[in-house]
Design a protein. Structure first.
Length: 618
């Protein structure tokens, strides 16, 4: 049996091996990463419930920093989701990266990301979680900018790194505040203290809001959402793995992992709901007018993550978890299908695609299954998870229920438009290129995820969903359920009709909305970049000032030395010599002879009397 520690360590070791030995291996080291992820997934599947390990890393006074892993029901479920998606995407990558000389670096960075992500979700310590959180960000930066010579790749990687780091500051402050109040970095210690009333409500709210800042950055929620669409410049497996299923879902996972903290802070839950609602609506609208296939899917990701945040804010962690897993399956499938389209057509622009279902039947079928799942069409996975979200929302009133129905409609509209523009109608671009010898690997990875997108919902609604630690939520009423299904189908129809003609699904307003949001949400990154460019100038000025002060101090020291040696030193020596000479003369008066003293006194007395007599003489 594979121990718990080996689950995240195996992909990390495979990353090192791929980097060192990849050029000597047939698949550039990708086979090592795929094999390691397979073993990690098998280890999770065979792992006994409640497996855990922990150690004290640092202890000072009443503060104790721990590091550890724990396979709780939630962390096991999310780790299985991460490993499953990573396995299929890794298999797809074997074909996608075939023939490239930089394959070892790609698979090394992918292994680094998978290992860091598994560490993040299995961590039982806030200190280890934060370290893995930052390592995930680093791996994302490397993978987004993998093709660094491509136009926009370096800028997109820097934007993603800076905007997610902005949120990470909140996470850092949040867990340090929790450490100061609890005295331990152990997550269960924090949860137990809050549930026991050991932390004041104000402090609990502050911790939750700071943690929420980290979740907003990682999950690309407003106002830190602009980095995700630009990140689509990275290779397609990067988009499928990082920016649809795992990394961007880390923010949702953080809220799930610390849900008792948020449950004790109603204000934080309200903020979570409104941020998710605004992001989901805005991103869904923008996706209906995007002209780049992968950017449609990127804005869709922002919208779907916002829907998960809505469920969390309304007190539905189970529904959010189910939607997280379903979204991982169908969105990864969509991204991988988009990668096949780009490789075969050399373009992702919707106005240059069309009619690809005939030359790419497997890709078209996979895209169709995932698109129907995204639109909530039964019995596919998205239907079950969105039904759970709709049940939670409708329980809170018709307004929140209508919001989720509208989100389902928008999902159908943008994915129906993208699918019709890509696979239906007449081809508007060049003829597809011939399939390579490694096409089986891409097809196998995409097909595996398509099967998950089709059947995962049934598993989630059954025994697999029972694994989760959250109480089962209410079932949606028949009226709301039927309304949600109808909204998804209606959105698909409108989107497909508009996409067939190459027009935006809901007009051009979303394009202006996208421009405005980009200008507003990119401001933090621009300010950070300006600050970064200003820092060398400020640092140079500070260095020059410091050098001036040091040089002035040295000059003052030399002057003081000269004054001391030539002035105080010589003057002191002369004063000492004069005092010594005077002492010698005075000492001659103290010879110790009494008769000389008497004679001198008599002489002075006689002289004084004689002087007085002369002065009185008439």
């Amino acid at each position: 049996m594979i121990p718990l520690l080996a689950v995240p360590v195996l992909p990390l070791l495979a990353a090192l091996a791929a980097l060192g030995l990849g050029r000597r291996l047939p698949w550039g080291g990708g086979e090592l990463v795929v094999g390691a992820v397979t073993l990690s997934m098998a280890g999770l599947a065979l792992m006994p419930p409640g497996a855990a390990l922990s150690a004290t890393w640092f202890e000072s006074g009443s503060y104790r920093l721990t590091v550890g892993l724990a396979a709780t029901p939630l962390t096991w479920f999310v780790a299985m989701t991460v490993a499953g998606v990573a396995l299929c995407v890794g298999l797809y990558s074997l074909g996608y990266m075939a023939g490239r000389d930089d394959r070892p670096r790609f698979f090394a960075e992918m292994g680094l990301f998978v290992g860091a992500m598994l560490t993040l979700v299995l961590s039982s310590s806030l200190a280890l979680l934060f370290a893995a959180w930052e390592l995930v960000g680093l791996a994302s930066f490397l993978l987004i900018g993998f093709d660094h010579a491509a136009p926009g790749a370096a800028g997109a990687a820097a934007k993603a790194f800076l905007m997610t780091r902005t949120g990470d500051v909140g996470l850092l402050l949040g867990w340090l505040l929790a450490l100061g109040l609890v005295g331990s970095s152990d997550i269960e210690a924090l949860v137990g203290t809050i549930e026991g009333g050991g932390i004041a409500p104000g402090a609990s709210t502050l911790i939750a809001l700071l943690m929420l800042a980290g979740a907003i950055g990682k999950s690309a929620q407003l106002p830190l959402s602009a980095w995700l669409p630009d990140a689509m410049v990275g290779p397609t497996p990067v988009s499928a793995l990082l920016h649809s299923a795992t990394m961007v879902a880390a923010g949702v996972f953080l809220v799930l992992r610390l849900y008792p903290v948020f449950a004790a802070a109603p204000f934080a839950l309200d903020a979570l709901f409104w941020i998710g609602a605004v992001t989901a609506l805005a991103a869904g609208l923008i996706a209906t007018a995007e002209t780049d296939l992968k950017r449609v899917l990127a804005w869709s990701t922002c919208s779907q993550l916002g829907e998960m945040m809505v469920a969390l804010g309304l007190g539905g962690p189970r529904a959010a978890t189910l939607h997280l897993a379903a979204h991982a399956a169908f969105k990864s499938t969509l991204f991988l299908a988009a990668g096949v389209v780009q490789e075969r057509m050399g373009s992702r622009a919707l106005d240059r695609l069309g009619g690809l279902v005939r030359p790419l039947p497997l890709t078209g079928a996979a895209f169709l299954v995932a698109a129907l799942a995204l639109a909530g069409v039964p019995p596919l996975s998205g239907y079950w998870s969105e039904d759970a979200v709709l049940a939670v929302a409708s329980r809170h009133g018709p307004g929140t229920g209508t919001l989720v129905v509208l989100l389902v409609f928008l999902g159908g509209a943008y994915i129906g438009r993208a699918g019709a523009a890509t696979f239906l109608g007449q081809g508007r671009g060049r003829a597809p290129a011939a399939a390579g010898t490694s096409g089986w690997a891409m097809g196998a990875g995409m097909g595996g995820l398509a099967l998950a997108a089709a059947g995962l919902g049934w598993l989630l609604a059954g025994q697999l969903g029972a694994v989760l630690p959250f109480a089962a939520g209410p079932e949606a009423e028949a009226g709301w359920r039927n309304l949600g299904i109808a909204a998804g189908i209606l959105g698909l129809g409108i989107g497909a009709a508009r996409g067939w003609g190459g027009a935006p699904a809901l007009g051009t307003f979303p394009t202006r909305l996208a421009a405005g949001l980009a200008a507003a949400t990119e401001a933090p990154a621009r300010w950070t970049m300006r600050l970064a460019r200003t820092i060398p100038t400020v640092e140079g000025a500070l260095d020059a000032g410091a050098r001036g002060i040091a040089e002035g101090a040295r000059r003052a020291a030399r002057t003081t030395g000269r004054v001391e040696s030539r002035g105080f030193g010589r003057g002191g020596d002369r004063l000492a010599a004069g005092l010594a000479s005077g002492g010698e003369r005075l000492r001659a008066l103290q010879a110790g002879r009494l008769y000389l003293y008497t004679l001198g006194l008599f002489a002075w007395t006689a002289a004084a009397l004689a002087t007085g007599a002369l002065m009185l003489w008439p």
